[in-house]
Design a protein around this ligand. Structure first.
Ligand code: ADP
Ligand code: MG
Length: 244
């Protein structure tokens, strides 16, 4: 379990995150939503150990990891594939850093992701969606038990995006990793998550944690149900509560 306890962070006199407490249980997919500039990527960097909180602590399985990197596998906002490495070598990077490479498994997963033809290609030969899938597989193949994804699909068009969401669910349902998924899309959060942590505007505090009741496996049909719409309205209300 990943746990944040009262994590605060400022940049100079700009108070970005205020006493954020939240948990991602084992095997859970938790979304963090909040407006642009609310501090989602900052939180992501804190969890990854790239930034130090002003106060508060971060725990992974009861072990304090505040300020430590290497415990979380990680997919930043831009699919950061190395241009000089082939897709296969990019995907193997997380394992390489831990000293254990399994090319066969990587190739099998790339094939399942529809990337079988580009295993030996270079990133510039791929579309945006393909690069995101490769970056995701790299995170999935890393040995860490929890993965953080920072708005991985926000640059994609609506069609590709839905395909990627369905693909992510199908792959994730076969693995036992936990995911902390950052997004500003309510639809995306509702479609993917077990739990949604809603941040307020700056300084961001946890406004509410919503448990998403939809059964798994999920498919896109639920996007059009009145139940889905009702949840969406409720979340919008919670977010708008902010503005008054
Ligand atoms: P989000 O990902 O929710 O859009 P960010 O975490 O990127 O938001 O940014 C939150 C706020 O913190 C923004 O106002 C941003 O300008 C500021 N910020 C982020 N990183 C830094 C930094 N390294 N130095 C100064 N200000 C920063
Ligand atoms: Mg961000």
């Amino acid at each position: 379990m990943l746990e944040l306890r009262q994590v605060s962070k400022s940049f100079g006199d700009k108070h970005v995150l205020k006493e954020i407490s939240m948990q991602v249980e084992d095997g859970e997919l938790v979304s963090l939503i909040g407006p642009s500039g609310s501090g989602k990527s900052t939180l992501f960097s804190l969890v990854g150990g790239l930034l130090t909180p002003d106060s508060g602590d971060i725990y992974l399985n009861e072990e304090q990891i505040t300020n430590k990197s290497g415990f979380i596998s990680y997919m930043p906002q831009q699919a950061s594939l190395f241009p000089w490495r082939t897709i296969l070598d990019n995907v193997l990077l997380g394992q390489e850093l831990q000293g254990e490479k399994d090319a066969e498994r990587a190739i099998a997963m790339l094939e399942k992701a529809g990337l079988g033809d580009v295993v030996h290609a270079y990133p510039h030969e791929l579309s945006g969606g393909m690069m995101q899938r490769a970056a995701f597989i790299r995170a999935l193949l890393s040995p860490q038990s929890i993965m953080c994804l920072d708005e991985p699909f926000s640059a994609l068009d609506e069609f590709t995006r839905l395909d990627m969401q369905k693909w992510l669910l199908s792959i994730w349902e076969e693995h036992d990793q936990s995911i902390l998924f950052i997004t500003h899309s309510i639809d995306e959060a509702l479609f993917l998550s077990d739990k949604i942590v809603i941040l307020s505007a700056n300084p961001a505090e946890v406004k509410e944690v919503v448990n998403v009741p939809f059964a798994r496996p999920r498919d896109e049909e639920i996007l059009l149900t009145s139940e889905f719409l009702q949840w969406k309205k409720d979340i919008i209300k919670i977010i708008q509560g902010d503005m008054h």
